[in-house]
Write a protein that binds this ligand. Structure first.
Ligand code: CO
Length: 470
């Protein structure tokens, strides 16, 4: 390989966000992170993903921590390393669409408190749902990375991805991420996709995958050979399973090649030593379920995310209809096609899965329709890759006129109202954003914070299980 130009691969370390979100229900606390920040800062990671995704909700809801304070602490600890976060476009980190003023303010405060790189994505790959977040990121002087939600299906051809990344580049993004949250990206597909996308755009390409189906380390290697610039990995004690490939494995595999990351294995070993007891503790308390560490081959067989299949199993069991499992599995791709073949991620995976279940169990397709299915067909989540099935759309929404414009265009500014509602509890500018995203949870947290300040000791521990790989 001597004649190949050196092209060191950059590493984004996910231990402080996606890795613990995917394996231990996002329960890593700031106190768990503080002792290792300085050492992690010496590694020379391209970036460390530390914030966003489910961390914001989990901090407020379960850990009774101020997520903004966590970010400020991490910023102080990571003096040399870029801090990265994950943002769901117009959803921010919440569960509905927010008005543009809230999105822009959230981005402004994220950057002001220490974020360098914002990865933004939309479940439908509707770029209109990313416009506000991306332009705010650029305005604040941070790095805007746009992620495409990777999925399989008739609509998802190489031409589809090429067109999508071309438009992303035109939006002014600084880099692109192929975000494979379900672990569906196969090695040779990754190679072809990265090679073709590198020919299409000049900005760096990051590959983000999960080991859910076991193929991710191979896919990373093929993606790297095809010119991928950045890979997302997790330090070994919180790697593999539904998390990312292990940092040390990728670093060692690339050593002495043109792709050598240059990262110091001894330093990585010390970091792994720090996290290993945390893993042991999570196993002892049941927070880390060994099940999520296995290979979920059904994900590859049925081309749907693992989480969706386990949801389906429990929903069917509740209805005493476990024998209909394969009927629902056959119904899922039909419903997905009728709803415009969206990527199957939160929230579309739940919407398609539940509608498929209803269609099978009621014995008549679309006899029962969820409010979310209706919202999708009304265009409220944005534009899908393929058109909706016109007959199904007519059946569900009747003569109502579906939206074709950007969903957030209908939303009035919200900040002023939110500021009024929160006035009584406000201790910092950022509190209004916590409240905007999770109103009840934020108020509960503000009450907790006040009680603490008043010297009342409350029990904050809640180790309720559940994993949400994103
Ligand atoms: Co992820």
């Amino acid at each position: 390989m001597d004649n190949i130009e050196k092209k060191p691969v950059k590493i984004t370390e996910t231990i402080l966000r996606d890795a613990h979100q995917s394996l231990i229900a996002t329960r890593m606390s700031t106190q768990d992170m503080i002792p290792i920040m300085e050492k992690m800062d010496q590694v020379g990671y391209y970036s460390v993903e530390v914030w966003g995704g489910a961390t914001f909700d989990a901090s407020l809801r379960f850990l009774k921590e101020d997520p903004w304070e966590r970010l400020r602490i991490l910023r102080k600890g990571f003096r040399n390393t870029k801090l990265q976060m994950l943002l769901r476009g117009q959803n921010i980190l919440g569960y509905r669409h927010y008005a543009d003023d809230v999105v822009a303010y959230f981005v402004q405060k994220s950057v002001a408190n220490g974020i360098d790189i914002i990865r933004v994505f939309d479940a439908f790959n509707d770029l209109r749902n990313l416009e506000t977040a991306v332009s705010a990121t650029i305005k604040e002087g941070a790095h805007a990375q746009i992620a495409v939600s990777y999925t399989l299906g008739d609509a998802y051809t190489l031409d589809y991805w090429k067109d999508l990344v071309r438009r992303i580049s035109d939006m002014g993004a600084d880099s692109i991420c192929i975000k494979d949250m379900a672990g569906l990206l196969l090695p040779y597909t990754a190679e072809e996709m990265v090679r073709e996308l590198k020919k299409t755009v000049t900005i760096p390409i990051d590959v983000h995958s999960h080991c859910t189906s076991g193929v991710a380390p191979m896919s990373y290697l093929k993606a790297i050979e095809a010119g991928c610039d950045i890979i997302d990995t997790a330090i070994s004690p919180f790697s593999m399973g539904t998390s990312q490939p292990a940092t040390e494995i990728m670093v060692e595999s690339l050593k002495g090649t043109p792709y050598d990351t240059g990262l110091d294995q001894m330093l990585l070993a010390e970091i792994a030593d720090y996290f290993r007891p945390l893993r042991e503790h999570a196993l002892d308390t049941g927070l880390l379920n060994p099940k999520v560490m296995g290979v979920d081959i059904k994900t590859l067989l049925y081309q749907v995310p693992g989480g969706m299949l386990s949801n389906l199993v429990s929903q069917l069991a509740e209805q005493n209809a476990s024998d209909r499992y394969y009927d629902v599995l056959a119904e899922i791709p039909k419903v997905r096609r009728e709803l415009g073949e969206p990527p199957l991620v939160t929230p579309s995976s739940q919407i398609v899965g539940t509608q498929a279940l209803f269609n099978v169990l009621t014995g008549e397709r679309y006899k029962m329709v969820t409010k979310e299915t209706k919202a999708v067909l009304m265009g409220e989540y944005g534009q899908t890759v393929k058109p909706f099935d016109p007959e199904i759309q007519k059946l569900v929404i009747g003569d109502a006129v579906p939206k074709t414009h950007r969903p957030a265009d209908d939303m009035e500014p919200e900040l002023e109202r939110l500021e009024k509602e929160i006035a009584e509890w406000k201790q910092q500018d950022e509190d209004v954003l916590s409240y905007a995203l999770f109103p009840q949870v934020a108020i509960d947290f503000f009450k907790y914070r006040k009680a603490q300040q008043d010297g009342i000791d409350l029990n904050a521990a809640d180790t309720k299980n559940g994993t949400y790989p994103v």
